[in-house]
Design a protein around this ligand. Structure first.
Ligand code: KE4
Length: 428
């Protein structure tokens, strides 16, 4: 695969941008090699600056559920841009997008738009603390909710005491307010509520984990979290930045029938432009400035261009048969890859919920972080590059989700499966 222009750009990029990238996972450090610099995307394909073409299963980490450069999104953006890009004042479209989100999500009566998933989750936690008057928050190891200080935390040595920072620059005192439980392990959550009665403001969870690779919630896990938080006066916060409008029109809370107190959104609701959001019942959201005492603000929150891309995307997703189509395409891919791995006698487990999926290089079931950590990341790295060289762009880390879009076709899926068989054969 010819990569001279990407290599040249990556060398230049590393002079002026830390690690040559504006977000660490793009650096390919988890899979080695030089990241292709992407020149353009169209439908389910992207092309890099050296002219290499790829069937794309990254979809910009989730937002591009319609595929790249969807005509309706491009046209809407061209028109909106001609009217100006930002006013720092209310615009009608913000009301329309907020209204659509409230209509789609049963738990959301009011929603505040922000500019990233990080902002959404950071604000949701501040809101839970403001609403309950408590300071501790429970998160789950392996789940990621953006890079706010209090969320870059792992389980401390005295696991029941407090978390410790996973990043330089996060004060111990900030991490101390975060307790880290084990995903799909209800007892680990119960023990925190016993150890910290009346001190826990909320539990934040990816209702379907995507940031350790896709790990679905165990049967009854989300219901149990709902009961446990309600019984203890704590907020249940669903981080639906990935799952929102991805695994169902109403996200995980509709797919699993569990109603959180606060929901975080991002990715798809921006249609590829920067949008995040957090929302919940009116009595909770009335804590948020300028109505209430919890402050949160943003120059570009509800930006007309970003809201246009999001609104157009959600409007397209409302078409009949959308989620059945995503389910069918992603199921075809997961089944095809499962067969290809079996054919190549490679121990692997395909975890999938809707159109988000991960192929783990590990024997199943992969239903916890402990099982995820047994995956052969070296093998994943070799497989990733064998697929990339053959024109298939997967997530450049074993511990991430891949995505199927409405722009993928059965022919693209079957071609991907055939390429996977050849890639695995080449690695034997
Ligand atoms: P952003 O601040 O990156 O928009 O969203 C943070 C976030 C919050 N919650 C969940 C469940 C998320 O998955 C994310 C961001 N996801 C990562 C990839 N898993 C974005 C890719 C990156 O960091 O470059």
């Amino acid at each position: 695969m010819q990569q001279s222009k990407s290599r040249q750009l990556f060398t230049q990029a590393q002079q002026v941008i830390p690690g040559g990238v504006n977000s660490p996972v793009r650096s390919f450090r988890a899979v080695a090699g030089t990241p292709p610099f992407i020149a353009r995307g169209q439908g389910c394909r992207v092309w890099d600056v050296d002219g290499n073409e790829y069937i794309d299963y990254l979809g910009s980490w989730g937002p591009l559920v319609l595929g790249h450069a969807h005509p309706a999104v491009v046209e809407a953006l061209q028109q909106a841009a001609a009217d100006g890009s930002s006013f720092g004042a209310p615009v009608a479209m913000e009301v329309e997008l907020a209204g659509l989100i409230c209509q789609a999500l049963p738990s959301v009566e009011q929603v505040r738009l922000v500019s990233s998933g990080t902002e959404a989750c950071m604000s949701a936690i501040r809101l839970a603390r403001a609403y309950t008057g408590r300071s501790k928050v429970i998160k789950f190891s392996g789940c990621y909710h953006g890079h706010a200080d209090g969320l870059l935390v792992k389980a401390g040595s005295g696991a029941l005491t407090h978390g410790i920072p996973t990043s330089a620059g996060v004060p111990e005192a900030y991490a101390a307010e975060t307790l880290v439980a084990d995903y799909n392990d209800l007892a680990s959550v119960e023990s925190f509520f016993q150890a910290w009665p009346d001190a826990i403001a909320g539990v934040i969870v990816e209702p379907v984990a995507g940031n350790m690779g896709v790990v679905p919630p165990a049967e009854g896990f989300l219901d149990a979290l709902r009961r446990l938080t309600a019984d203890n006066g704590a907020m249940l916060i669903f981080d639906e930045v990935i799952t929102g409008f991805r695994i169902a029109w109403g996200g995980a809370q509709v797919r699993y029938g569990v109603t959180p107190d606060i929901t975080c959104l991002g990715k798809i609701i921006g249609g590829g432009l920067p949008v995040g959001a957090y929302g919940g019942r009116r009595e909770i959201m009335e804590m948020v400035a300028p109505l209430g005492p919890m402050y949160q603000a943003g120059t570009l929150s509800g930006n007309p261009l970003a809201v246009t891309a999001g609104l157009t995307t959600l409007t397209e997703l409302q078409r009949a048969g959308t989620y059945e189509r995503l389910e069918s395409l992603a199921g075809r891919l997961a089944d095809g890859l499962t067969q290809a791995f079996a054919q190549a006698e490679v121990p692997a487990t395909l975890n999938r919920v809707g159109s988000m999926l991960t192929g783990f290089f590990a024997a199943g079931p992969v239903d916890s972080l402990g099982r995820v950590e047994q995956a052969d990341t070296e093998a994943y790295g070799r497989y990733f590059h064998a697929m990339l060289e053959r024109g298939v762009y997967l997530a450049p880390s074993q511990f991430e989700a891949g995505f199927v879009s409405l722009a993928h076709t059965e022919a693209d899926i079957d071609r991907t499966v055939a390429i996977a068989a050849a890639a695995l054969e080449s690695l034997r």
